[in-house]
Design a protein around this ligand. Structure first.
Ligand code: FEO
Length: 399
């Protein structure tokens, strides 16, 4: 790839990872990018780096613009290793005058690389440095999504270098939102929010409020993954505002795993009931849909109905794994219910209800258990459950 100008002074110099398909348990069918940006000003500043294995891409891109040894400053917006893994090699070669980071950034960098001798310069929200023609204003975003996280705003360009926020795991030759398949890329932005930021939604809402309070004029957003937003900034800001409220749309999901298809029959009957209420609904088998894709659908759904057979007094393993994943991300403001077949003990429904209670779902029914294999009549309560779910979604939509 080639370096690409983002503004007259700022250039993309990151790396495109076309081949990655798993990002610590998150499916990345479209690969990703690790974005680093180089400000070619009176002071030359590098914003973030790339993962360790891609450091040669970073150096190739920097060398299209300048000798790496000429870089004065390195600005670390986020310490996670996909952005800092190459830092020791970069620092060794660049020998920067200063490394700007948040207070927690310094601590976290030392915890990772054990180099207290690096030339750290700790900055806080509101601090500004001059690069020459342009300046950089820092905005700490602690726990969005790590304690060290911060953003860098270039007021002269109205450009926000936003760290992971507003990113997408999306590899492409285009570097901007108007140069790629927009719906596919926007889907990846939603998936990123669902799988990385859902837990931090209250902080996202605070950040949006803070941006409004300080009247930050944002015309471009350059995240650490995927493309730079320049033509559709309002769309991604609206998306974050909506997702952070966990509003959900007029839609219900039936998410299940099944042993001998009895729970699957129940799932289809629940779906029939929801559909009869005119509510858009989707049947999701955990055996065929990756948990990170399920979470993307949960982000936009109003109701989540869970189904699992009982196995060894517990849940089927795929449902247990999915619940552990979803509880970690803690989506809120959902309508919930559970169902499942069993042979002799039948704990699955209780366990799914407990998980939903923990996430503060509005559980509108105690749940349905069916022994062994249902016949047509035995499925009637499942259809009724679906009707109840559909009616609840409809009622929530008109509130
Ligand atoms: Fe892309 Fe939190 O690292």
């Amino acid at each position: 790839m080639n370096t690409v100008p983002v503004t007259d002074t700022l250039h993309w110099v990151g790396a495109v990872d076309w081949n990655i398909r798993d990002f610590h348990g998150y499916s990345t069918y479209n690969g990703t990018t690790y974005n680093a940006y180089l400000a070619m000003d009176e002071k030359i500043a590098l914003f973030d780096t790339v993962r360790k294995t891609m450091v040669s891409d970073l150096f190739h891109h920097i060398q299209q613009l300048t000798a790496p040894e000429k870089i004065d400053y390195i600005i670390i917006n986020h310490v996670e290793l996909d952005h800092s893994g190459s830092l020791p090699e970069v620092i060794e070669r660049v020998k920067p005058e200063k490394i700007f980071c948040s207070k927690m950034g310094k601590k976290t960098l030392i915890d990772h690389f054990h180099r207290e001798d690096w030339p750290f310069e700790v900055v806080a929200s509101g601090d500004t440095i001059s690069l020459g023609k342009k300046s950089v204003q820092f905005l700490e975003t602690r726990m969005l999504h790590w304690p060290d996280s911060m953003m860098s705003y270039i007021p002269e360009d109205k450009l926000l270098i936003s760290s992971d926020a507003f990113g997408q795991h999306f590899a492409s030759s285009g570097r901007f939102d108007d140069q790629v398949d927009f719906p596919a890329m926007f889907h990846e932005a939603a998936k990123y929010y669902a799988n990385i930021l859902t837990l931090y939604s209250p902080l996202v809402r605070k950040l949006i409020a803070k941006v409004k309070e300080i009247d930050l004029d944002i015309r471009m957003i350059a995240p650490d993954h995927g493309v730079v937003w320049r033509s559709n900034v309002a769309d991604i800001l609206d998306g974050y505002e909506r997702w952070s409220r966990n509003a959900g749309q007029n839609k219900a999901l039936v998410i299940y795993d099944t042993m001998w298809k009895s729970t699957e029959q129940m799932a289809k009957a629940v779906l029939t009931g929801i559909d009869s209420q005119g509510i858009p609904c989707e049947l999701i088998n955990l055996a065929t849909t990756h948990r990170s894709d399920v979470m993307t659908r949960v982000l936009e759904a109003k109701a989540v109905v869970l189904g699992s057979s009982t196995l060894n007094n517990g849940l089927l393993p795929r449902m247990a794994g999915f619940l552990m994943y979803m509880r970690g991300l803690r989506p809120t403001n959902k309508i919930g219910a559970a169902f499942g077949s069993f042979g002799w003990s039948g704990e699955a429904v209780k366990l799914m209800n407990e998980a939903m209670e923990e996430m503060k779902f509005d559980i509108i029914d105690p749940g349905i258990r069916i022994k062994y294999v249902p016949d047509h009549d035995a499925l009637a309560p499942c259809v009724e459950l679906g009707i109840k779910i559909g009616a609840a979604v409809k009622a929530a939509d008109t509130e």
